[in-house]
Design a protein around this ligand. Structure first.
Ligand code: XUL
Length: 521
């Protein structure tokens, strides 16, 4: 029993959440926003502006600066870091950091982490999950490995633009000298853990599965995929480990500067989605999670690593054992926000447009809301399409726009989740937009499932804290889920049978409109 810290290095912020397993309470929930608190790094929506819409990188020094700032902010708030018994963390998946041999050094207290990290980078910026610029490398990796089917069978996913392997290959092709100088490649998760420990912390199976490099069944890097990706890659990666492994202890830098207890164990970090699976109490099959964040994701625990025949879905490691399915939709809150801003709606007005001003099925109006290149379905040449009434197509019917974007997202999710064999009996909704009643109702109706919501919205940080409590405190998953991930009785949304019937028709019309507008997607 004790206090366990979960850190979450997400696309736009770094958060810290501490659970107290004696009282069952969340005793700290603090966050640093990259845009508001560290504008000097120039990231917009978590990425560096780039003229090419397919290129999306971030600055690893920003993540290091955010760690310093968060530790200091929490210390100043009066929270005693020495009360923390163990730490784990979460990172946006797929993003990679390229470092000289010898990283990490013994941190010195004389300089900030960001200043020290800068010296070790062999690639100044980190490609992140929003990057879609590696189509050529995906094709090459698939060809080198013997075809898409082989890559999928080994790694759980077709070679995918945002996955780390294709990004590594692109780095090697474009700057072979810098690649040769790279001694260590980290994911965002293992990089943050390494900063905390001042030691090289391995990648876990959960996040490692998002690289197109891990042999899921063997639990080790696949020699075939390493060779198909870039020369000499084996030595640049530490062997992957189970998500419960201890990666090290907190470095004296954090003890001296911020007051952490010397020797506090650090459990390896994992990806945000594997952590959320735990933080939502969905570690066992039968419960699907829909997370409405910068990207929307749909995921669920699975026993066997069944793969998506259409190549959109993924299989990752489940931190509590077994596997998890995941489908990622890039035009998530980004698309909802674009519609909200374009039509001058508040979130309340957005919800009212859905709940009060438009009927389920939206009078036949359909939108394909691809403001940026989409992952699922695969659309590199992004654009927004509308079909339906003249007012909707012309953009004068404002309420219909709000419903259309949300219906399109829910219908696309249902269509692209059809390959997951273990059908969910419950759907848990999380992420910023999960509190919006209009959005929750559309999802309940499209999936014909009861929606449950949890009081804690940062399920990735919570899941990381629960993993620390499980690995170090030896507290059972059931006890942790009962204490911290129990659905909120007031947050339930029931499907409306009439709307369910309407959406059965919308689903086929949406699928037809999608394949007509984006053939081959
Ligand atoms: C999952 C994915 C995103 C990122 C950022 O495959 O790309 O969900 O993890 O959250």
């Amino acid at each position: 029993m004790g206090r366990y810290l979960g850190l979450d290095a997400s696309t736009q912020s770094l958060s810290a959440l501490v659970i107290d397993t004696d009282t069952g309470e969340v005793v700290l929930n603090e966050s640093v926003s990259f845009a508001e608190d560290l504008p000097e790094y120039g990231c917009v929506d978590g990425v560096l502006p780039h003229a090419d819409p397919l290129i999306r990188h971030s600055d690893p020094c920003l993540w290091a600066a955010a760690l310093d700032l968060l530790c200091e902010r929490v210390r100043q708030s009066g929270f005693d870091w020495a009360d923390v018994d163990a730490i784990s963390g979460s990172g946006q998946q797929h993003g990679s950091v390229y470092l000289r041999a010898g990283f990490p050094p013994q941190w010195t207290g004389r300089q900030s982490l960001a200043e020290q990290v800068k010296f070790w980078l062999t690639r100044a910026t980190s490609p992140v999950w929003m990057d879609s610029s590696t189509s050529a490398e995906c094709d090459e990796i698939a060809r080198n490995a013997g075809g898409d089917a082989t890559v999928t069978a080994i790694s759980g996913s077709r070679a995918i633009e945002r996955f780390t392997g294709p990004q590594i290959r692109k780095f090697w092709k474009e700057t072979p000298e810098a690649y040769a100088q790279t001694g260590r490649i980290h994911l965002v998760s293992s990089f943050m853990a390494s900063l905390l420990c001042g030691a090289d912390v391995p990648i876990d199976f959960g996040d490692g599965a998002g690289m197109n490099l891990l042999d899921l069944k063997a639990g080790d890097w696949s020699p075939l995929l390493l060779d198909a990706t870039a020369p000499g890659l084996t030595g640049k990666l530490l062997p992957p480990v189970p998500s419960s492994a201890i990666g090290g202890t907190v470095h004296p830098y954090f003890v001296e500067r911020y007051g952490f207890r010397a020797g506090t164990p650090v459990v390896v970090f994992s990806g945000d989605n594997p952590n959320s699976l735990i933080g939502m109490g969905a570690g066992k099959p039968g419960i699907a999670v829909i997370s409405l964040g910068t990207s929307d994701t749909y995921f669920a625990a699975m026993r066997d690593p069944v793969t998506d025949p259409d190549g959109y879905g993924h299989v990752f490691g489940n931190p509590s054992g077994g596997f998890m399915s995941l489908i990622c939709f890039k035009n998530g809150s980004l698309a909802r926000e674009r519609i909200r801003d374009q039509f001058g709606l508040s979130w309340d007005a957005f919800s009212a447009a859905i709940l009060q001003q438009t009927p389920p099925g939206n009078n036949g109006n359909l939108m394909l809301p691809y403001f940026v290149p989409e992952i699922t379905p695969r659309i590199l040449d992004a654009s927004v399409k509308r079909s339906g009434t003249p007012g909707f197509v012309a953009g004068t019917d404002v309420a219909a726009q709000a419903r259309a974007v949300v219906e399109a997202q829910a219908l696309s999710m249902k269509q692209h989740a059809a390959w997951i064999v273990e059908a969910p009996t419950q759907i848990l909704l999380t992420g910023g937009a999960s509190q919006n009643s209009g959005i929750a109702q559309v999802i309940a109706d499209v999936f014909n499932a009861e929606i449950k919501r949890l009081p804690v919205t940062n399920s990735a940080a919570l899941g990381a804290a629960m993993r620390a409590a499980s690995a170090v405190g030896k507290i059972s998953w059931n006890a942790l889920a009962a204490a911290f991930a129990a659905p909120d009785a007031a947050g339930r949304v029931q499907p409306d049978p009439q709307a369910v019937a309407v959406y059965a028709d919308s689903a086929s019309r949406f699928a037809a409109f999608l394949s007509e507008q984006f053939p081959g997607s």
